[in-house]
Design a protein around this ligand. Structure first.
Ligand code: BES
Ligand code: ZN
Length: 614
């Protein structure tokens, strides 16, 4: 009896491991502290005619509570069958109406023997994570294209899973696509089995980092571990622009420790991609609008690559902690830019970032100016402002200023090494900061109010004030221009892209008389802004021209809005159109035509901005 008792106790210990701590994630229904998925196996067929993916998602389970159900997130999925490893059919409860932010909770009842759950399903044609492009929306113009975007909580619209960044899983996938369309995914191990593409990610990642693209794709090697992927029509330009990738990875490793993901590739997508870049592991997704021809916009790649440390290796546990991903990444990005292109370039980029933050802060309610933002009940996308990015980076630069660069670098490396492949909260970071940098140094502690940096609105007064000698030169020329000097007489020779951005922001701030349509025409004659191939310069110019009634840009503006879907550009452009005479009618006329070409993420923002109901 005694022996039996001991044995059953032991068995119970073996099958029910101790519960992990519960992290409260208001954006997921999952209860990973009861039952959690540890590995996902995907088997999907892509149907480009119907705009759906169909197949199975199989989850390997770890069960901490023997009677609890397996709770997952989903959004718009059509469930076909649910079974366990022995083929037992499992029942699934779900509410009839979805939650407006989180989607639909799936609650699957498990048998005592259930270890693995397979869900057969089909995605909705309007799944938010997926953008299906018609051939005319691609560079080649002949074949369709698909890409997914998971961050922040969109993965649930193409895969049923526990869609919280605190739930890390390994995954594997088999993807079938029509002939001539090549699937690629955010995994280092890629292969094929007949006409099926296979992928494997053996490091645990948060669900928002699972990504798929499929189209007429080719690749070009940059180094043994780096390649660029794009459509054939774009590959030459992309490979030339991104030829410094290997140097960037090497710089990162030197500064922050080993690159732990094997390959680092970049996929240049068609222009409807709603973001600048997305740090999908092993395969950053990027907008083609960074291909300026002179490498002037490659800091975006430095940014996405940096996420291989801050974000992908050490991940925000909830979307409140998003600044741990983005603030760290902006800081690292700038360190790489300094390392590769020098202090002047890095300084200009800091000034531009802080300038944008200053302007945006004025438009944000106090609660949204806080790093550790409360997003419960809201879409995490609402937290995607300059605050987590630029205020977060400013916080780290302030710490660097206090402790010095060597101590800061050692600290960052320890942070990454000791939290590798973990999801962390702001509280974890603050405790680590206190323990490693502040506790034993009262003189340092006296110089920074950490609680205020993380928990209060606005920019603390001790935020480092960046400055740039190269911008001082621009400001001097701007003053000349404001005083009436004709553009052709300004000393602009040798200016780089960031200096032109500074120049245009100065022109935008000038009064209406100084920036009259005729004076903008003079600028355009001298510098050909309307024909600029640099998307940052072009956008800044189109915004300021539209706001000041210089209508020679109208055709260029409409063409840009019809092709580019990057939200960061669309927002200020539509705002500028709205502000003009008859603005609402004009904005809506353009939007009605362009909207079908935009990703759901951009559509959501612009629908709200323009008061458009689909
Ligand atoms: N991870 C973000 C993109 C993102 C954030 C997508 C939140 C969805 C929700 C990516 O790393 C990013 O920050 N991209 C920026 C560019 C960067 C250089 C600041 C972008 O897309 O503008
Ligand atoms: Zn980022």
């Amino acid at each position: 009896m005694r022996v039996l008792f001991a044995c059953s106790l032991l068995c119970a210990c073996a099958t029910v491991p101790p519960r992990p701590p519960a992290i409260d994630d208001p954006h997921s229904f999952a209860r990973p502290y009861e039952v959690r998925s540890t590995h996902l196996d995907l088997d999907l067929t892509l149907d480009f005619d119907r705009h759906v993916a169909r197949g199975t998602a199989t989850h390997l389970l770890e069960r901490f509570d023997a009677t609890a159900p397996f709770v997952l997130d989903s959004d718009g999925l059509n469930l076909i069958a649910i079974a366990d490893q022995d083929g037992n059919e499992l029942t699934c409860e779900r509410p009839t109406t979805p939650d407006p932010v989180r989607g639909t909770r799936l609650q699957i009842r498990l048998l005592p023997t259930t270890k693995r759950v397979s869900i057969t399903y089909e995605t909705a044609p309007d799944a938010e994570a997926m953008q299906w492009l018609d051939p005319e929306q691609t560079a080649g113009g002949e074949r369709p294209f698909l890409f997914t975007q998971g961050q922040a909580i969109l993965t649930r619209s193409w895969i049923p899973l526990q869609d919280s960044p605190a739930v890390r899983i390994t995954w594997s996938a088999r993807i079938r696509a029509p002939q001539g369309l090549l699937p690629v995914m955010s995994a280092g191990e890629r292969g094929h089995d007949g006409d099926t593409a296979t992928f494997r990610m053996d490091r645990p990642v948060p669900p928002y980092l699972i990504a798929l693209a499929c189209g007429d794709l080719v690749s070009r090697d940059i180094s043994a571990r780096c390649a660029v992927w794009a459509e054939p029509a774009t590959i030459d330009l992309a490979a030339r622009e991104l030829s410094d990738m290997e140097h960037m990875v090497a710089a990162c490793e030197q500064l922050f420790g080993p690159y732990r993901w094997g390959r680092y590739d970049v996929l240049v997508l068609p222009p409807s991609f709603p973001f600048g870049g997305m740090e999908n592991p092993c395969l950053t997704f990027a907008t083609p609008t960074i291909l300026a021809g002179d490498k002037s916009l490659v800091s975006l790649i430095a940014h996405e690559l940096s996420h291989s440390w801050s974000g992908n290796l050490v991940t925000n546990a909830t979307w409140r902690d998003f600044w741990l991903n983005e603030g760290f990444t902006v800081y690292l990005e700038n360190r790489i830019m300094e390392h590769l292109y020098g202090r002047d370039r890095a300084a200009m980029e800091i000034v531009l970032g802080m300038q944008e933050l200053g302007a945006e802060m004025k438009t944000l309610p106090a609660g949204d100016q806080v790093l550790h933002i409360d997003l419960s009940g809201r879409n995490p996308d609402d937290g995607m402002t300059g605050v987590p990015y630029q205020k977060g980076a400013a916080f780290l630069r302030r710490l660097e200023q206090i402790v010095g660069r060597p101590a800061m670098d050692a600290f960052l490396r320890q942070w990454f090494d000791e939290h590798a492949f973990q999801s962390v909260t702001t509280a974890t970071f603050l405790a680590f900061l206190d323990q490693r940098l502040l506790r034993d140094h009262p003189e340092r502690r006296a110089q920074i109010d950490v609680e205020r940096w993380v928990g209060a609105a606005g920019l603390p007064i001790d935020a480092p004030v960046p400055d740039s000698v190269l911008f001082a030169a621009v400001d001097a020329e701007l003053a000349q221009w404001r005083n009436g000097t004709p553009p052709a007489s300004l000393a602009t020779a040798g200016w780089v892209s960031q200096q032109w951005q500074r120049f245009l922001s100065g022109v935008a701030d000038a009064d209406a008389a100084a920036a009259s349509p005729s004076r903008l025409a003079e600028l355009d004659d001298a510098f050909a802004f309307t024909r600029s191939g640099n998307s940052e310069i072009l956008t800044a110019w189109l915004v300021l021209a539209t706001r000041n009634g210089y209508h020679a840009v109208d055709r260029r503006l409409e063409l840009f809005l019809m092709t580019v879907g990057r939200r960061k550009f669309l927002k200020p452009l539509y705002e500028a159109v709205l502000a003009g005479a008859d603005g609402k009618a004009r904005a809506l006329a353009i939007y009605r035509k362009a909207r079908p070409r935009y990703h759901a993420v951009s559509q959501r923002t612009l629908d709200a901005m323009l008061g458009y109901t689909p």
